[in-house]
Design a protein around this ligand. Structure first.
Ligand SMILES: Cc1cc2nc3c(=O)[nH]c(=O)nc-3n(C[C@H](O)[C@H](O)[C@H](O)COP(=O)(O)OP(=O)(O)OC[C@H]3O[C@@H](n4cnc5c(N)ncnc54)[C@H](O)[C@@H]3O)c2cc1C
Length: 288
């Protein structure tokens, strides 16, 4: 069984930065990434705003070039299935299953999106309902058309950025619907994504029913103060309901709520970061 000083799980900004910092200190590092290429969420974020004006892929490229020039062992297309208490991990790739050993492990597996079905929503489950991140991935990496007349439920940064992208692509955004009495997200996104494109906003509202059987044809909107309900027709529903750190791999290893001292979290797997620069800073600190 091959052994490493450090196993890093997840090749987004956090995993790459942590790997580089450890390698610089002379450690033998294995960086395992599930997808075919490094970069994580950055690869699908085509807007500029990363590290002071770069697009996500351009920002990722800078770190990827440093990884390529380093002695970090990179395995893409490799899913880490399990971490064991004896400091080994089970990896799955096209070549099959493999067990590796390590002294320390950094989990940099990013976060998951909360889905519409975490809410009490009536109706069937027709096509055309996506999380915002999935829609972004389908459009930007797959070149798919997700539909027109889009309703976005949730007004955080991800929802607002998708509203702008859809408007720029010539799609009508029927509304951003937000349960609070103000938009979420960074002020710059409110200005550049919502106000600049005059996206309609429904505050103190939610969606409590999805209409349509094979394909979504609308949603029932409910005003949370008055209780009034009305139908809003749409061809797609995007949900931007928040991100949850993805720590599934370490749940079995918790003892009295604490992780073993050889396992650390970083990046969005630790907590959800708004800005990638803070992910990188934290990752470097975690690795040294
Ligand atoms: C829509 C959106 C817009 C944003 N816009 C900006 C912006 O304008 N400016 C800015 O500075 N920041 C922005 N951010 C924030 C920043 O991009 C992220 O916080 C940062 O890129 C997260 O990096 P990460 O490495 O923690 O996670 P991720 O990039 O999600 O990387 C996690 C990686 O782990 C891999 N992985 C997960 N589980 C496993 C496993 N079991 N085995 C192997 N691999 C695994 C995943 O495939 C993924 O590649 C934005 C974020 C989002 C979502």
């Amino acid at each position: 069984m091959e052994r490493f000083d450090l196993l890093v799980i997840g090749g987004g900004a956090a995993g790459m930065a942590a790997s580089l910092a450890a390698e610089k200190r002379g450690q033998r590092v294995l960086l395992a990434e599930r997808e075919a290429r490094l970069g994580g969420i950055l690869n699908q974020c085509l807007h500029s705003g990363f590290g002071g004006g770069l697009t996500g892929p351009a920002y990722a490229r800078q770190i990827m070039d440093r990884v390529a020039a380093s002695d970090v062992y990179v395995q893409t297309g490799t899913d880490v299935l399990r971490i064991f208490p004896d400091r080994t991990a089970l990896l799955s790739s096209r070549t099959g299953l493999e067990r590796v050993g390590f002294e320390k492990c950094i989990l940099a597996s990013g976060c998951r999106e909360r889905s519409i079905y975490s809410l009490p929503v009536a109706g069937s489950r027709p096509a055309g309902v996506f999380t915002a991140g999935t829609a972004q991935k389908l459009m930007n990496l797959g070149g798919y058309d997700i539909g027109d007349d889009v309703v976005i439920l949730g007004s955080g940064d991800v929802g607002q950025i998708m509203a702008r992208q859809l408007a720029q692509a010539g799609k009508r955004v029927a509304a951003i619907i937000e349960q609070r009495d103000r938009l979420g997200g960074l002020p710059r996104n409110r200005r550049d994504c919502v106000e600049a494109y005059r996206i309609p906003v429904l505050l103190r509202c939610t969606v409590d029913e999805i209409l349509g059987t094979s394909r979504v044809r609308g949603v029932m909107v409910r005003h949370l103060s008055t209780g009034r309900r009305w139908e809003l027709s749409c061809g797609a529903l995007l949900t931007a309901l928040g991100l949850i750190p993805d720590r599934a791999l370490c749940e079995e290893l918790l003892k009295d709520g604490a992780l073993p001292d050889w396992l650390r979290l970083c990046g969005n797997c630790d907590y959800v970061h708004d800005m990638v620069d803070s992910v990188v800073r934290e990752a470097v600190q975690t690795a040294i």
